[in-house]
Design a protein around this ligand. Structure first.
Ligand code: FAD
Length: 402
């Protein structure tokens, strides 16, 4: 093929921008025309503003992906809070009890388990990188549909433009129009939970530790921020999340201090509040001829272990390495056998994580006292399980994806 391959990335969230930046840095960049479109406004990041509400725990594996294109340094230089320890405990026990899961970076030979980073900062650093490579990203450009033409798709954009594509990369989030327009079915279910999020000032130092307590209504996590505050993600009943949104500062402080068993002392609200309904979903196919889904467009997982964005980054990295290798071997990057290589390496891993997180959420929500005993025994066993523990933590840190 003499003309460049037309690659259209739909969606410029964390996943789509990572895919676009990796493509723009790839060895065979000169053989691709890359278009990136997004329905929303271009996100901006200003360090002099307060830490944004939406933050993500970015695991070591994702740091490695962003570092491979020199984007990580700019993120770290601006505002990323390392967390070196993690404590996970059951409301039936206590944080220093024998059943508590403890993970320390040193134990796994890494300087930190990950970083808490504002989503907007990740996007803005990726955009700066794309700007420096003269790769445009067209914001406020929603797509309306995909039209199948033989083995390829044409992307119809809202302004009437139409983009012929050798490969469409669907990174347009959980409600993906790329997925719906191409008739890829999903397995999906809603959790009877919403995630309440805000920033809090803790009475005690957060110790660069990610704290997570499992309550019957769902887990509550306190994630360290660089200025000493913590970001709370409280997966709880939608009614409780609404109460938390409407509560006075004192009421919210009581609610959250109690829900976290005062592990960091009294928690004082110190930021805006929001809540998100929670669901799990998984696409039954990630690829078709001329099309690949990545990130939340392919899978949405429970936020209890902070894995969603990390899985998306791993998808983006794998897809781009498959595309780059294929072009190097004179294969067409939109051909099904090529795209199946990406699907084979990510679909099973993502599905396993999705069901594992779903199972954990159910296990800890059980009211049965025998299940609570079983949980405690399981957590103690896991703590002493050597290789299983190592393996599980490597997966959670995304170290296997590199
Ligand atoms: C409360 C909460 C806490 C979380 N915490 C963590 C965490 O700690 N760590 C972690 O790894 N993950 C976390 N996640 C998950 C994480 O936020 C998501 O997995 C991740 O943001 C998904 O990124 P994405 O780019 O795939 O999708 P999205 O962020 O949804 O981006 C999709 C993009 O596509 C665009 N788009 C949509 N439709 C169209 C269209 N028709 N045309 C053009 N563009 C379109 C949108 O404008 C958007 O920019 C959390 C989630 C929640 C709800």
């Amino acid at each position: 093929m003499n003309r460049p391959f037309e690659i259209v990335v739909v969606g410029a969230g964390i996943t789509g921008l990572t895919a676009a930046a990796l493509l723009a840095h790839s060895r065979h960049r000169d053989q691709m025309n890359i278009a990136v479109v997004d329905a929303g406004k271009r996100p901006t990041f200003d360090r002099s503003n307060d830490i944004a509400l939406r933050v993500s725990a970015i695991a070591s594996g994702s740091v490695g992906i962003l570092a491979s294109i020199d984007v990580w340094k700019s993120i770290e230089d601006q505002r990323a809070c390392p967390y070196r320890d993690m404590r996970v405990w059951d409301a039936c026990g206590y944080v220093d009890g024998p059943d508590t899961l403890r993970f320390e970076a040193a134990e796994f030979g890494v300087a930190e388990l990950g970083f808490i980073v504002e989503n907007k900062l990740i996007q803005s650093a990726l955009l700066q990188d794309l700007d420096s490579l003269d790769q445009p990203v067209d914001y406020e450009t929603p797509i309306r549909s995909l039209v199948r033409m033989d083995n390829r798709f044409r992307v119809e954009v809202a302004d009437g433009k139409s983009l012929p594509a050798d490969l469409v990369v669907g990174a347009d989030g959980a409600g993906s129009l790329v997925r719906k327009s191409s008739d890829i079915s999903i397995d999906a279910w809603r959790y009877p939970q919403s995630a309440f999020v805000t920033h809090l000032r803790p009475e005690r130092n957060h110790q660069h530790t990610a704290w997570q307590r499992f309550l019957q209504s769902g887990p509550i996590a306190l994630l360290p921020l660089l200025d000493g505050r913590v970001s709370v993600v409280w997966s709880t009943s939608p009614e409780q999340a609404e109460l938390a949104i409407a509560a006075s500062d004192d009421e919210l402080s009581d609610m959250l201090s109690e829900a976290t068993d005062s592990v960091l002392g009294r928690l004082t609200p110190a930021g805006p509040r929001a809540s998100f309904p929670l669901k799990a979903q998984h696409a039954n196919h990630y690829v078709l001829p001329g099309l690949a889904l990545i990130g939340d467009a392919a899978h949405a997982v429970h936020p209890l272990a902070g894995q969603g964005a990390n899985l998306g980054l791993a998808d983006a990295a794998r897809l781009v390495s498959v595309i780059d290798e294929a072009i190097g071997n004179d294969e067409h990057p939109g051909d099904l056998p090529v795209l199946r290589r990406y699907e084979r390496s990510r679909k099973g891993a993502n599905k396993t994580m999705l069901y594992f997180l779903d199972g954990l959420n159910r296990l800890f929500s059980s009211e049965s006292s025998s299940v609570a005993k079983f949980r405690g025994r399981g957590m103690r066993l896991f703590n002493r399980s050597g290789p299983i523990r190592q393996h599980a933590v490597h997966i959670a840190l995304g170290l296997n994806a590199r």
